[in-house]
Ligand binder design. Structure first.
Ligand code: ATR
Length: 279
């Protein structure tokens, strides 16, 4: 008789930073009554290739991948269009014995907007700040949902130009100094920069210049409420925060590994909020 072992997934990183992923997946396993596990694996860069090639042998049905392994994870797996466009994979699973990958930041961002600001995709013009890795996931999601015009501002202009080249003519790169004049046209404003993050300079934006029905999304989640979100809420604008994106990006991995699509509940949010504020 062969005993089937409960599915086990892991988060691979180096150093294995204090991650909220185990808290999130354990909550879903518990509340959905699924037998399974999710552990952290600290894997140095030199060992990552071997670890991934023997992932199944090590007993894992899949994995999340975080810094600094996301680019190599893409190269060692069969990526979907999202992972390819973002240039990094953060979620791995096996399909017919083949190691597949995706980047769940795309649906984390979009799923969070859908939950926090339903109807947001009726907007014509969006303004995205930042042109790093997170911005790629945001741009992919916005284009996928049919946004016609995305202004992209970055401190280093060349990075915005290069993303516009990659993502096509619906992305309009602009100089960082032009942000102020674009605000009145931005029905959706997204901050993907580290500005406003604890220990970083503030993001100097006058939300008073946004249209009255604008939606404001901030990917920063430390602090939970950034000065940008505080100002937007004071104006009664709809907002989508970084913690919401973090929770929504975990949904797909769980579904792929454990076979059931979980919900981002208020209870889960409160659990992770308490953990974030306790450090
Ligand atoms: P991530 O993967 O989280 O997107 P990243 O690739 O390091 O991280 O990108 C960080 C983003 O924050 C970049 O758009 C960066 O602008 P540059 O490309 O000019 O570096 C932006 N950023 C960081 N500090 C900033 C600052 N003080 N002012 C404006 N933008 C800043």
């Amino acid at each position: 008789m062969t005993a089937t072992r409960p599915p086990l997934a892991c988060l691979i990183g180096w150093p294995a930073a204090h991650s909220r992923s185990p808290l999130i997946h354990h909550y879903w396993l518990r509340t959905l009554g699924i037998e399974g596990g999710y552990v952290i694996e600290a894997v140095p860069p030199d060992d990552f290739r071997d670890f991934i090639l023997r992932l199944s042998f090590r007993g894992f049905v899949g994995a999340n991948v975080t810094r600094p392994h996301k680019e190599l994870a893409l190269a060692l797996s069969k990526p979907d269009a999202r992972a390819q466009a973002v240039g990094a994979a953060n979620t791995l699973w096996f399909k017919d014995g083949e190691l597949c990958s995706t980047n769940t930041d795309v649906e984390g961002f979009i799923g969070n907007l859908d939950a926090s600001a339903p109807g947001w995709d009726g907007c014509e013009e969006a303004l995205v700040l930042g042109a790093g890795g997170a911005s790629r996931a945001v741009l992919f999601g916005l284009l996928d949902r049919g946004i016609k015009c995305v202004h992209l501002a970055n401190r280093t202009r060349e990075r915005a130009d290069s993303l516009a080249k990659q993502f096509g003519d619906r992305i309009h790169p602009v100089a960082w100094e032009q942000v102020g004049e674009l605000l009145p046209r931005a029905h959706l404003l997204v901050n993907t920069t580290s500005l406003g993050m604890h220990g970083q300079p503030a993001l100097e934006i006058d939300v008073g210049r946004l249209p009255p029905n604008a939606v404001v999304a901030d990917l920063v989640y430390v602090p939970l409420e950034t000065p940008l979100l505080t100002a937007a809420r004071a104006r009664e604008l709809k907002t989508a925060d970084g913690l919401g994106m973090l929770l929504h990006q975990a949904v797909r991995g769980f579904e792929l590994w454990f076979g059931k699509r979980p919900q981002v509940t208020d209870e889960l949010r409160a659990l992770v909020e308490a953990d974030l504020t306790s450090v």
